[in-house]
Design a binder for this molecule. Structure first.
Ligand SMILES: C[S@@+](CC[C@H](N)C(=O)[O-])C[C@H]1O[C@@H](n2cnc3c(N)ncnc32)[C@H](O)[C@@H]1O
Length: 240
């Protein structure tokens, strides 16, 4: 695990002053960017894999990188089917060292999440759990529109419903995400410092994971090894 990650530097000391307006604007308008054929094909392949598994409760690992978290989630939730989505063929193609037999309840696909989330919404497929783990933070103030909660796709993310969790090493990202979620759902969102080993070990089902499974993503590991604090927000969105 590399302990060489620099802390986030931003001119923002708090939630972005335009966030509320931006979220309201996106919620009030239709996002018309055309869906790319490669994302649609990946979406169809992943849903076919889920259907072939008997359509168990679904977990979406959005921005799964190499897919280490996809495997960890599949092991932790054996009654679910996990779909890991990332746009990086390089990351998805990396070999993962996994102790023992790989879980069978997962698939990973290469797609643009901006398309994948909307395709899921259009197909009215709702994940039971939805993880956005260590998204690119885009810490420059004028990049607010690239953070997921500042992006036009955000209302589609919220419309999917389920148990949603976002983790980051930038506290402001999580506070913004929580504020945007609350704005669109009117549900109180838990925001907290996150200590994976402590919390996960307490929460996990016994015997399912070995201690070596923590942290659950490469970025989580890298940030922890670099001494960063981690943050997360969680919400149970009951879709209308
Ligand atoms: C900082 S990495 C975190 C990866 C992984 N979740 C982890 O914690 O190790 C962010 C990931 O989001 C992916 N990503 C960013 N924008 C994306 C998009 N529009 N569609 C799909 N994946 C995207 C990147 O390719 C990258 O793998």
């Amino acid at each position: 695990m590399h302990a060489n990650s620099s802390p986030i530097v931003s001119s923002q000391a708090d939630i972005h002053d335009q966030l509320e307006k931006l979220v309201a604007r996106h919620a009030a308008s239709r996002f018309l960017k055309p869906i790319t054929p490669y994302s649609e094909a990946a979406f169809n392949a992943s849903i076919t894999a889920w259907r072939a598994a008997g359509e168990p409760p679904l977990i979406l690992d959005a921005g799964c990188g190499t897919g280490v978290s996809t495997l960890n989630l599949a092991a932790r939730f054996p009654e679910h089917f996990v779909i890991g989505v990332d746009q990086s063929a390089d990351r998805l193609g990396r070999k993962i060292a996994w102790p023992g037999t790989l879980p069978s309840n997962f698939t990973k696909v290469r797609a643009d999440l901006i398309d994948y989330w909307r395709l899921m919404q259009q197909a009215e497929i709702h994940p039971d759990r939805h993880y956005v783990l260590y998204p690119n933070p885009w810490p420059k103030k004028h990049h607010i529109g690239r953070r997921w909660h500042g992006h036009p796709v955000f209302p589609a993310i919220v419309a999917l419903g389920g148990h949603f969790e976002c983790r980051s090493n930038w506290r402001i990202y999580i506070e913004e995400c929580a504020a945007a979620l609350k704005q669109l759902t009117a549900i109180k969102v838990e925001t907290e410092a996150y200590y994976p080993e402590k919390t996960e070990v307490l929460e996990r089902d016994s015997n399912i994971l070995s201690a070596s499974s923590f942290p659950i993503t490469p970025f989580e590991g890298k940030y922890l090894a670099s001494g960063h604090s981690l943050w997360r927000c969680r919400i149970h969105i009951v879709e209308a």
